[in-house]
Design a protein around this ligand. Structure first.
Ligand SMILES: Cc1ncc(COP(=O)(O)O)c(C=O)c1O
Length: 398
């Protein structure tokens, strides 16, 4: 029997790969889980009650474009959070089953088969959320990895690509705040990227799922840049999620917002293949988007975690305190060796940076890094960060 080649050469997914790396060795202490970015803070108390009160909704197939009250809650949240003028909740947004679903399917719905007579290119930051690369492969495009590293403040410079590549680009994935580095695209960055998109006629998919976990200033969003520049809104989709904002990764609730024609194309594909969120969960999601109190509490907790990290790691050479998100992206001599040693010495589990990045002619920007998720509770976090500091300093001292 034949198997398709499209996905067979994919590298093993990051977490099984980490398990394979660590499995032969016993942990050198009680486990401190810092590898997976799974939020551990409490979700809002009202969520289970709303699901229970609306349990009758499990009796019906949920509508493809989502419950009107959820669409309205999302549109009002976008307007308030990003200072946008009216968002049409019927044509410019719809709820997703987590942003991951939308990030993948939007590529299927909107990347043309060819561009200017050539094979399409889909650009993405490097390191990157792995879904972008698989989406590009699924539509037969060339994924192009654009390094986001210290020299460019961890924001990919798409402008530096050859014109030949930009002219066959159909989609640019951009993540801000970024996973793993926690770098934030300024309004200026978004506007420059939109100008490039106009010039070379491509779309921008903005993955903004970490937008609410920030340290000081709220990150700028791409939709505000669209309204300020007057760029064709069909060029842009923005993706948001309750997974990080509201500590609800298991609710599988996010949304996409953008130009009405693009949204209609997505809905058309989703009508055939999608799995809309069950209605009781949509009701709970609507309440979560309408409430900011829990979001402020959540952010405050992460800010305390970052302060702890600054205090413990501040003296480590090249330590960089991220602007947003909940990861540290820490320089080591070799990320894989560092992850293994931390496990063997102290039971601390972190992810080698190279498991999130790709080799390029300009090197692999994840190779000398580890990604550390600040999701554990404070005692574990303190123990984990201290072990990481000791390890990184021991590397420095030979
Ligand atoms: C950068 C990035 N984008 C998207 C997602 C998907 O999140 P969800 O599908 O839970 O909204 C994640 C999850 O970890 C992520 O890190």
């Amino acid at each position: 029997m034949q198997y398709p080649q499209r996905f067979s050469a994919l590298p093993e997914y990051a977490f099984p790969r980490l398990r394979t790396l660590l499995a032969p060795f016993p942990a050198g202490g009680d486990l401190v889980a810092m590898s997976i970015g799974e939020p551990q803070h409490r979700f809002p108390d009202f969520i289970p009650q709303i699901i229970a009160e609306n349990a009758d909704g499990f009796n019906v197939y949920p509508p493809n474009n989502g419950a009107p009250e959820l669409r309205a809650a999302i549109a009002r949240w976008l307007e308030t959070r990003f200072g946008l003028t009216k968002i049409n909740e019927d044509t410019e947004v719809f709820p997703l089953n987590g942003t991951r679903e939308g990030l993948f399917n939007a590529c299927l719905a909107l990347s043309p088969e060819t561009k200017n007579g050539q094979k399409p290119a889909i650009l993405m930051p490097n390191p990157f959320y792995q879904c972008y690369m698989v989406a590009a492969r699924a539509v037969g495009a060339d994924p192009i990895y654009v390094n986001a590293e210290k020299s460019n403040d961890f924001l990919p410079d798409f402008h530096a690509l050859p014109t030949e590549t930009l002219d066959r680009t159909t989609i640019v994935y951009m993540c801000s705040p970024s996973n793993p580095q926690g770098a934030v695209a300024s309004a200026e960055y978004w506007k420059n990227l939109l100008a490039l998109a106009q010039k070379h006629d491509f779309r921008v998919f903005a993955d903004e799922c970490y937008s609410e976990i920030y340290r000081e200033a709220p990150p700028a969003g791409i939709l505000a840049a669209v309204q300020e520049t007057g760029v064709d809104p069909e060029r842009v989709l923005a993706f948001h999620s309750l997974s990080k904002r509201s500590n609800l990764p298991g609710l599988r609730s996010g949304f996409v917002a953008g130009g009405p024609k693009s949204i209609a194309e997505l809905l058309q594909l989703r009508g055939y293949t999608g799995a809309p969120l069950p209605l009781p969960l949509q009701k709970a999601a609507a309440a979560a988007w309408a409430d900011e109190t829990h979001v402020i509490e959540n952010r405050t907790l992460y800010q305390k975690k970052f302060s702890l990290a600054d205090r413990i790691l501040g003296n480590v050479p090249e330590y960089r305190s991220p602007q947003a998100g909940f990861f540290l992206w820490l320089k080591a001599e070799n990320g894989e060796i560092a992850a293994l040693k931390l496990w063997q010495n102290s039971g601390v589990k972190v992810l080698p940076g190279a498991y999130l990045s790709h080799d390029t002619p300009n090197g692999n920007p994840g190779h000398e890094y580890i990604r550390v998720a600040l999701v554990a509770d404070f005692p574990d976090l303190e123990r984990g960060l201290t072990a990481i500091r000791d390890y990184l300093l021991s590397e420095q001292n030979g």
